[in-house]
Design a protein around this ligand. Structure first.
Ligand SMILES: NC(=O)c1ccc[n+]([C@@H]2O[C@H](COP(=O)([O-])OP(=O)(O)OC[C@H]3O[C@@H](n4cnc5c(N)ncnc54)[C@H](O)[C@@H]3O)[C@@H](O)[C@H]2O)c1
Ligand SMILES: O=c1ccn([C@@H]2O[C@H](COP(=O)(O)OP(=O)(O)O[C@H]3O[C@H](CO)[C@@H](O)[C@H](O)[C@H]3O)[C@@H](O)[C@H]2O)c(=O)[nH]1
Length: 420
């Protein structure tokens, strides 16, 4: 496969993974980030995020804070943040600023490849603003915690552009992966990204409603979703109930799609319902806690939390449902101690939770233990020891991770979300 000179703008989850994996495919990659300490660390081979397989690839690209080093690039992949703005739409100020900074640097013909998740119409807008540059929408579908694996073995590579030659050249960069390539116009590519994330959000809110229903009727949501997942049209993935769906993507992308739909006069009710269910979910968990702790409420009650990140396998705390639950419990006066294998003790980022580095400190004096992230290592904790340290015997398992029979043998009562 031919090697090309590639620039990557942004060295976060997407940019760093893209840069490292494109270098792994044999391309000459220069990765630019404005975060000087991050760039200095990357130059020393330090990986700033928890991503299996990234450490082995991090030495592939060159890292710099100087945009001028992109002057020779044939392609520049834009991988900068597009956070939620007020009113739900994507805030493109950082994205636009980052792209504008390339203007004095890039030579005519350099392909602008948009990997950031951007509202429908963004690639067209860029193509008008950059008449000397082909623009390609190439949304990214990687999951945190599986970033390298997902990049190197993608379900699909989406290439959206009105410039056929640039689309072909961009698709060729991925030739080594042997993945299905979907060539399309830019609007379909941009919408396909939002459509995928919002679909996952809809599905998860549906499962969380089912879990509530299961508790009411004495059914078991694990069995219900297993039956659903055996239907090939439904499939088994992404059917686990939990304390809500979070992270840096699903919430902001669902809100942005709902906002775009509303702005275009398309009824966003379905999307808004999924968001509303999700916003209710921390309250549902708090209700379960109140039910076991007693009628006097949570004021001054010690609770132990297991898991603080937005899902297992990542240290990312952005929009973590675990923290949404924690804030909810703290607002009712609960005193919270939390353990997460990816969160250092005393981390200020998880306030109002006091983060500790030992699960037994979570159990000590706790009226109840609440499992909020599905770290597999929680199944192997010494539950008999934790039972001895806790005041109460209830373990509220919002991830349905633990074996209730095993906990029972340790003198604990496991209450899985969604019944059992
Ligand atoms: N995180 C994911 O799993 C994921 C997956 C698919 C798509 N996306 C999308 O990719 C985009 C990036 O997300 P992320 O999670 O990688 O973000 P991130 O916050 O992890 O990283 C963004 C990086 O961009 C850098 N940056 C900011 N402004 C810059 C500028 N002007 N020039 C150079 N660098 C700059 C930051 O310093 C940071 O290192 C977003 O649009 C997101 O929606 C994210
Ligand atoms: O069965 C499930 C699966 C997920 N979740 C929760 O849903 C959220 C999102 O999980 P996941 O999709 O694994 O996280 P991300 O790494 O943010 O990945 C999503 O967001 C990325 C950014 O756009 C996309 O690229 C990915 O395809 C998309 O899965 C987390 O809070 C999970 O705990 C559940 O509650 N139950």
């Amino acid at each position: 496969m031919a090697s090309h000179a590639i620039g990557v703008l942004g060295a976060g989850y997407v940019g760093l993974t893209t840069a490292a994996c494109l270098a792994r495919l044999g391309h000459a990659v220069t990765c630019v980030d404005i975060d000087e300490p991050k760039v200095a660390g990357l130059r020393r081979g330090e990986v700033p995020i928890t991503e299996p397989g990234l450490a082995e690839l991090v030495s592939g690209p060159r890292y710099t804070t100087d945009h001028r080093e992109l002057a020779a690039a044939e392609f520049v992949f834009v991988c900068v943040p597009t956070p939620m703005g007020e009113g739900g739409q994507a805030d493109l100020s950082g994205f636009d600023g980052a792209v504008d900074a390339l203007r004095p640097v890039l030579r005519p013909g350099t392909v602008l490849v948009v990997k950031s998740t951007v509202p429908i119409g963004t690639a067209d807008r860029l193509a008008r603003a950059w008449p000397d540059h082909p623009v390609v929408s190439n949304p990214e579908f990687l999951r945190e915690g599986h970033a390298v694996e997902d990049f190197l073995h993608p379900g699909r590579v989406v290439i959206g552009s009105d410039d056929g030659a640039a689309a072909r050249r961009t698709a060729a960069l991925y030739a080594g992966l042997g993945a299905p390539v979907v060539r399309t116009g830019p609007a379909s590519a941009e919408l396909a990204k939002y459509a995928s994330n919002a679909y996952l959000a809809l599905r998860l809110s549906y499962v969380n409603v089912l879990s509530e229903l299961c508790e009411q009727v004495g059914a078991d949501v694990g069995t219900v979703t297993r039956v659903m997942g055996l239907d090939a049209r439904i499939g088994p993935a992404c059917l686990d109930p939990g304390p809500g769906w979070g992270g840096s993507c699903l919430p902001k992308d669902t809100a942005a799609l709902a906002r775009s739909a509303a702005d275009l006069g398309v009824d966003p009710a379905l999307l808004r319902a999924a968001v509303a269910v999700n916003e209710r979910q921390p309250g549902r968990v708090a209700e379960k806690v109140r039910a076991v702790v007693g009628a006097d409420g949570l004021d001054g009650i010690r609770l132990g939390l297991l898991g603080l990140t937005f899902k297992a396998g990542t240290s990312d705390l952005r929009d973590s449902p675990a923290l949404a639950v924690a804030r909810r419990l703290a607002a009712e006066g609960a005193v919270l101690t939390g353990y997460d294998p990816a969160v250092p003790a005393a981390s200020p980022q998880v306030a109002p939770v006091q983060a500790v580095d030992d699960p037994s400190l979570v159990a000590k004096g706790a009226a109840a233990i609440v499992v909020l992230t599905e770290w597999p290592e929680f199944t192997a904790l010494d539950w008999a020891q934790l039972a001895g340290l806790a005041e109460g015997d209830a373990v509220i398992d919002t991830r349905r991770l633990l074996d209730p029979a095993k906990l029972r043998s340790c003198g604990l009562t496991c209450l899985p979300l969604g019944g059992q």
